[in-house]
Design a protein around this ligand. Structure first.
Ligand SMILES: *[C@@H]1O[C@H](CO)[C@@H](O)[C@H](O)[C@H]1NC(C)=O
Ligand SMILES: *[C@@H]1O[C@H](CO)[C@@H](O)[C@H](O)[C@H]1NC(C)=O
Ligand SMILES: CC(=O)N[C@H]1CO[C@H](CO)[C@@H](O)[C@@H]1O
Length: 454
């Protein structure tokens, strides 16, 4: 910590929409690196996400053009006459570059294209990303303008952006300015990357200024002005030429999109977003909305109990289900060994989740692990570990559990399972950090092996 502080001018602690606490280290111009005392650490309230949510609710309330009349009344739970969108349906519902769709995925795409409001429920492993990408592909081909694709998390946006881009559509991934330095698996699709890598001679002036800025850290105020204007124009041009724009729900409130209108919007993982968060992409003129998610899995995380009780913990998707909108459920899962899907199917999906993989396709031959029932790769292991407050002071850890995780992981590694095939899940950040640390320090195999485990 001290080392960080020495080279850091100011330390800011931000509370974001998810109330994650993140440390931001600002090493801007003229940082007095030799300073090791006499500086302050400020808690900074960063309200961007909340401002955008509140802005969206206001727009929804006062601006008649923010969403179509049908969607407006629908979201408010008013009686509305059933509406069908009359589009010529494609002959094939799949899309280039994607795996062939299965029967229930085809039905989902077909039904969504004809409705102004649809919900797609995707239990784990049912191919909801592929289905979403196919929907976006067909929407984009309808010629109603650009399609906006959002999700509450950056990870989900990146995944979907990649899938959509593999259909051949022109995709731009818009990242928050504060995340431009964070590497992304879809770097080449991001707006900031595209701005920097335009190979167009007209843009050379911007690039020259950019280079100057990179080298000197700063431009004269007139150059800075010129640079900003050029950059804004370039960004706008790239955004305008996209078929699909992908960003987080909060990102849809980015000023760079303020003059854009989107008639068609798809929101993935929508059951993990709060309702005001979902409204941000919708109030840009939506006429057709597709919410993808699963209200049988975790909902939005709301730390404030009062706000949760007041209804913020209920997603828009879930509220629409309660209002009587029937979600289209993807029924076939292609991920789990059938013995693993049995419990969620019976417990959460009224036994309707079908298996698209057979027991034989999920055999891991040669892996010697003492499952209680051979051929049923699952067990519940109850232990009497005691919980402690973790180092961060805001989470928990459990040493007994961590030690057992290490033993099990080591057994798997010894029997030939590769690290990338192993994942450990815990709902506690404190426990996650402790397990990572514990395994690489106390695991009996090579450290590197444990480091590759998610
Ligand atoms: C510690 O173990 C107990 C008992 O198994 C469990 O209830 C608790 O959730 C664990 N805590 C953490 C932080 O993993
Ligand atoms: C780590 O492993 C050593 C033996 O290699 C053991 O003595 C020690 O107790 C372990 N640490 C923890 C926290 O379990
Ligand atoms: C028979 C068939 O088409 N199966 C596919 C169904 O969808 C999943 C996931 O999208 C694919 O992995 C299957 O190959």
């Amino acid at each position: 910590m001290l080392a960080l502080m020495l080279s850091t001018f100011s330390l800011q602690i931000k509370l974001t929409a998810q109330e994650e606490v993140a440390l931001e280290l600002r090493a801007s111009q003229g940082v007095p690196v030799e300073l090791n005392h006499g500086f302050s650490v400020d808690f900074v309230w960063k309200s961007t996400s909340f401002d955008r949510m509140q802005g969206a609710m206001k727009t929804f309330a006062v601006d008649e053009t923010s969403v179509s009349g049908y969607i407006y009344h629908h979201l408010l739970g008013h009686e509305v006459e059933h509406q069908i969108i009359r589009n010529t349906l494609p002959r094939r519902f799949g899309a280039p570059g994607l795996p062939e769709l299965n029967a229930s995925q085809v039905l989902a795409v077909k039904s969504v294209l004809q409705k102004p409001v649809s919900l797609i429920q995707g239990p784990p492993g049912t191919g909801k990303t592929v289905t979403s990408a196919a929907i976006v592909y067909h929407m984009a081909k309808q010629g109603q303008g650009q399609v906006l694709v959002c999700a509450p998390s950056n990870v989900a946006v990146d995944q979907l952006a990649e899938k959509i881009s593999s259909t051949g559509l022109k995709v731009v991934r818009l990242c928050a300015k504060s995340r431009e330095a964070v590497s992304s698996p879809v770097e080449h699709l991001t707006l900031h990357y595209q701005v920097r890598h335009l190979d167009n001679s007209e843009k050379s002036e911007m690039h020259k200024l950019q280079q100057l800025k990179d080298e000197q850290g700063e431009l004269s105020s007139s150059d800075e002005k010129k640079y900003k204007a050029l950059k804004r124009a370039t960004e706008r041009e790239i955004l305008q030429s996209a078929d699909v724009i992908c960003c987080t729900c909060v990102g849809a409130g980015d000023p760079r999109l303020s003059n854009f209108r989107f008639r068609q919007v798809l929101i993935d993982e929508s059951t993990q977003a709060t309702e005001p968060e979902c409204l941000i992409p919708l109030v840009l003129g939506v006429k057709q909305v597709v919410l993808v998610g699963d209200h049988c899995q975790l909902g939005p995380v709301i730390m404030c109990k009062k706000a949760a009780r007041a209804g913020l913990a209920q997603s828009l998707f879930e509220r629409l289900v309660i209002l009587g909108v029937k979600p289209f459920r993807l029924q076939v899962q292609y991920r789990m060994h059938p013995c693993l899907s049995e419990f969620p199917s019976n417990c959460f999906y009224e036994g309707t989740l079908q298996n698209g993989v057979t027991v034989n396709e999920r055999q891991s031959s040669g892996i010697d692990f003492p499952w209680p029932v051979p051929n049923r790769p699952m067990f519940f292991y109850v232990q009497m570990g005691v919980e402690e407050i973790s180092a961060s002071g805001t989470s928990y850890l459990n040493r007994t559990e961590a030690a057992n995780v290490e033993k099990i992981v080591t057994t798997f590694l010894r029997s030939g399972v590769v690290p990338s095939q192993i994942g450990v899940i815990t709902p506690y950040e404190g426990q996650r950090a402790y397990i990572v640390n514990y395994m690489s320090r106390n695991g009996s195999l090579r450290q590197q092996l444990y480091k590759e485990i998610e």
